[in-house]
Write a protein that binds this ligand. Structure first.
Ligand code: ARG
Length: 616
């Protein structure tokens, strides 16, 4: 049982016994004792003066005395500072708390039950014309961690993705490939499919710009001013016209265009899958815009018929949101084609048909804040009861220090390049380290480099409040000291090594088959030092962090919790002997502490999607 709860019950009983009054538990105000005084929990006695009819000091003295006499297993000592009663909690109480933590297979986590609410989390949501970049990395890491954290808070979670697989962007790649591709494939070039398509998207852009320049120059030579010449060039660009014609054909279900589209998108998906696998993220259900946009169109037409939307003279369909303080929003173009918003309406409809969703969370960058504000209102107007309360988990941009790791086109940081670089750096780091791991196989070394490289990347990104823009510095992230993933991973590996050694020293008949070391926790006793108690307190607070992370949608709370715990542990490790401690009881408690810290670090990092190595 929680120590606060036990003590509260004891105080209620003390007030009854001493002053004959029944007080409600909420009248018992306990808080952590201030650093300058001895004690763990402090009671404010002022509310009880009415009953005691005595001075604050005397009242505190009486209650403290009563507690120590009647519940010595919880209240060891006390001191009184004015109206404050500082209670020292008994060591055995801390030790049984530690035992509880150690024996709880789901410590800090709420169970998911039949009655749990269902949360759908959409994340990643790429377009199919280029590979994933640094922004997607932040998105994927946040989405995955948020899903884990919501699960840990007892929600059923469905992880979903909307792939924007149709539209002018993919037609541009397709057209460029037809024109300049010479039949290249991922197989023939050895390139990842998403990179190959990205290259053609870039190629389209390059040729398109060249064409625009040529046309603009020509029109200017004919006497037009620059602005008008540019505008006309855009209208007359044959490349753009061809891309648009291709989109029309796609919408008309043209066999050839559809076949090419499918072939090229499949290349992209194979590439995305590789990146997702490397990042360790995944989805329960993937939606594709090509399957949802028609649903969106029909919902818009329905809304038009009901008078929720209106049609302009040119045939386009709009929503008037001026009453809501927003502007007018295009929903269908005059040629009847859909826009980005249209597919989101269709996707939402299908999702709610597929799942009994209680809450919908979209993990999408903050440049789309307005889009989701509008989507929420539109869904609400269309009669979806969940529209109003949709959650836009809006995160900020992430950049690398200038000039670093810019990809081929010189604009964005490619996700695959970044992952590879992190793993290579991690490998070099460990080779630099003096005490190279003994007897380590090539395979294990590779795996450790992967775990540490990804851990560095993930932790650095997830420790930051998602709403903020951030700068990702690869070097800083991989530091084994400071607030980094590798520091926490190293702490874990260090503990596991201690536990392995302890296991070697246990009598053979007590040894467990698995590497898991179970220490005797019943009947542990011995005296604890303040540092050990602080560590137990820190462990006990894990559940609160999980809860806070879930209710605030803030996974950085977990990251920072893990850091504080690791830091606290290292202080303890520095000050105390563990394996060499001669007192058997003390050694057992310290080993139990080690094991509990390792367990909680592993669970916490697991919520962030970060693995921890058994050694490094
Ligand atoms: N594919 C879009 C883009 O890259 C993001 C989609 C976000 N999700 C959504 N439901 N609109 O900008």
């Amino acid at each position: 049982m929680q120590i606060e709860k036990q003590l509260t019950a004891g105080i209620v009983a003390a007030v009854k016994a001493l002053y004959g009054a029944d007080v409600p538990e909420k009248m018992v105000q306990l808080s952590a004792t201030k650093k300058e005084f001895e004690g763990h929990l402090t009671l404010v006695v002022f509310p009880f003066l009415k009953m005691s009819r005595k001075a604050p000091e005397a009242t505190a003295q009486e209650i403290g005395q009563h507690l120590v006499e009647n519940m010595p297993e919880v209240a060891a000592r006390f001191n009184v500072i004015k109206g404050f009663l500082n209670m020292v909690i008994a060591d055995e109480c801390w030790i049984s708390l530690l035992a509880e933590i150690q024996n709880d297979g789901h410590f800090g986590l709420k169970p998911v039950t039949e009655e749990s609410q269902l949360v759908m989390i959409e994340y990643s949501s790429p377009n199919t014309n280029k590979p994933l970049h640094l922004g997607h990395v932040r998105n994927n890491l946040l989405g995955w961690a948020l899903a884990k954290v919501m699960e840990a808070n007892g929600y059923k979670v469905v992880k979903t993705n909307i792939v924007n697989d149709r539209g002018i962007h993919i037609c541009k790649s397709m057209l460029a490939w037809l024109k300049w591709g010479n039949g290249e494939t991922p197989e023939s070039t050895g390139k990842k499919g998403d990179h190959l398509i990205g290259d053609y998207y870039v190629a389209f852009d390059k040729h398109y710009r060249a064409e625009l320049k040529e046309l603009t120059d020509k029109f200017m030579a004919e006497g037009m001013d620059e602005e008008a010449a540019k505008e006309r060039a855009e209208q007359e660009s044959t490349l753009m016209q061809e891309a648009r014609a291709m989109l029309v054909k796609w919408e008309q279900n043209d066999t050839e265009v559809r076949a090419l589209w499918k072939r090229m998108n499949d290349w992209v998906y194979a590439g995305f899958d590789e990146t997702y696998r490397a990042l360790g993220v995944g989805f329960d259900k993937i939606y594709y815009e090509s399957q949802t946009y028609l649903e969106g169109k029909s919902k818009v037409v329905e809304g038009l018929e009901k008078g929720i939307f209106y049609r302009r003279e040119d045939g386009s369909v709009w929503a008037d949101l001026t009453k809501e303080g927003l502007d007018e929003k295009l929903l269908l173009r005059s040629d009847g084609t859909s826009v980005y918003m249209t597919q989101d309406i269709g996707t939402a409809k299908l999702r709610y048909e597929d799942y009994p969703i209680d809450r919908m969370i979209y993990v999408v960058g903050n440049e789309q804040n307005y889009h989701f504000q509008v989507l929420s209102i539109l869904l609400d107007k269309l009669g979806f009861k969940w529209g109003k309360d949709l959650v836009h988990f809006s995160y900020g941009m992430v950049e690398l220090p200038n000039g670093k790791m810019k990809s081929r086109e010189g604009t964005v940081v490619d996700a695959d390049d970044l992952i590879e670089k992190m793993i290579t750096d991690a490998r070099e780091m460990s080779q630099d380290k003096v005490n190279k791991l003994e007897g380590i196989s090539e395979e294990e070394e590779t795996d450790i480099a992967r775990i540490v490289g990804l851990g560095a990347l993930k932790y650095f990104i997830l420790k930051v409040d998602a709403r903020k823009n951030m700068l990702f510095n690869p070097e800083e992230s991989i530091d084994f000291n400071g607030n980094t993933g590798p520091f926490i991973q190293y702490t874990y590996a260090r503990i596991r090594s201690i536990l392995r050694k302890a296991l070697l020293n246990t009598p053979a008949e007590d040894k467990q088959e698995s590497a898991q070391l179970m220490l005797p926790t019943s009947g542990l006793s011995g005296s604890l030092s303040p540092k050990e108690i602080v560590l137990i307190q820190r462990l006990a607070a894990f559940g609160d962090s999980v809860q806070q992370a879930g209710s605030d949608y803030n996974v950085s709370v977990i990251a920072n919790y893990c850091y504080d715990l690791a830091k606290e542990f290292n202080g303890f490790y520095h000050d105390f002997q563990i394996l060499k401690e001669p007192d058997e009881q003390k050694r057992a408690v310290r080993l139990a502490l080690c094991e509990a810290v390792a367990k909680v670090i592993k669970t916490g990092m697991g919520l962030l999607g970060i693995e921890v190595p058994e050694r490094m």
